[in-house]
Write a protein that binds this ligand. Sequence first.
Ligand code: PGA
Length: 240
Amino acid sequence: MRIEIAADATTLAKRAASAICDVARAGAHPSIGLPTGDTPISTYEEIARRVEAGGCDLSRVTAWAVDEFAGVPRGTPGTNDAFFLRHLAFPLGALHLPDAGAANAARDIAAFASRLRDAGGIDLCVLGIGTNGHIAFNEPGSAADSPARVVDLATESRNAHAAAFGSLDAVPTRGMTLGVADILASRAILVLASGAAKADIVRRAIEEPPSAAVPASWLQRHAGVTWLLDAAAASRLRAR
Ligand code: PGA
């Protein structure tokens, strides 16, 4: 595991953009997993600036959303579909998402994960971490070998999305997620965390023995994980 500490959120976004642009340059068919959330927005903005300036090209990249809400029409404001439409302001080779409006969400997310495996998996899976330790929608209780599946969303996760959906009641109670197993099958993983509110869960994920109580702690089992933190998110880590 590598831990990189950026002085602030702007520097974090620049480093994350560099990592993503580097993967886009490598290999014949680069593939990345992409998260939603407040943290990656400035990274996506930085990538858009670099693409505009000619310093980055994601037009050959196949991107895979790591999760999506379930039970609302595709594109509903607040869904990850709507998020990516708004925040990925640069050409991408392809963007695959589970279908929030699928009549059978369990079948849809299983088919999504199977398409991902058939396409050769993920070169770099970019993740955020929830204050409850989730990665993608793998909420506390998720096992290391959990597959792609439909999940009940934690109250904490639904609260975090209330504004985007307009109210807490409008936030779906279920989501579709790549499993911890799918994430660990990625060739490299980059976790982004910014701000003091993440400091305690980042410490637990990195320093406590891996357990389902903090799904992000399963990332300790992958040799190619980089934690990219700003100083506030890193502030509770023991000196190393
Ligand atoms: P955030 O979300 O970037 O909005 O804090 C992270 C997450 O829940 O994965």
